[in-house]
Design a protein around this ligand. Sequence first.
Ligand SMILES: [Zn+2]
Ligand SMILES: [Zn+2]
Length: 228
Amino acid sequence: MNVFDKIADSIYFLVSRSMDSNMTFIQSGDSHVLIDAGTGMNYHALDKDLQTLGSSLPQLTDIILTHSHIDHIGGVIPIVEEASPKIHLHKAEAEPINQGNMSQTLSNTFGVDLPPLKIEGILEEGTVLEFGDIKMEVAHTPGHSLGSICLDILDTGIIITGDTLFPGGSFGRTDFPTGDDRALVESLKRISEMSFMIGLPGHMHAMKVNAKKSALASYNVAKTMFRM
Ligand SMILES: [Zn+2]
Ligand SMILES: [Zn+2]
């Protein structure tokens, strides 16, 4: 069974079970923050894993979504049934959801019935979120989806790359609605120019060594693949 891997003080990373996205958990000050929430299918196991860190799903104060695909947002649904964390998402995907349009989540495609959801944390390029001693800055990195973001956890050398950048020269697919080849290449270029040591992706394993090199490799592969 997977358990959270300690990446730095207060920062833990969980590699996916089955169809779930990876997840990052941050506890600092009074904040218990989950970044991406999986499909929701492994809700009980996730709750147990958080308990080993002295937290639990009902104690979450904030959930940040790197984008709203069902494998990242689905897990929010069982959590909001018993708690009221603030949900954060880029405005390009939050605004349709707040108007009751769940199409960007792909829930229909995957045969999941998502109830309406209220996103209160509307993120944009440059938004800085503060949780106790931890500060993170939003980089808008569209391409995999219109509202995809990376989170730069300031002064730690850690970035969370969602489904934009994966390890091993890999990256998120662009063939879902709002996907955009050119935007993805631009976003990968931008990530490869950011300053960081460790990359935590939405799927696959953490980039704990040579994360920048990995970002550059993904940029080069994407550039070639999409002929840019
Ligand atoms: Zn995903
Ligand atoms: Zn995705």
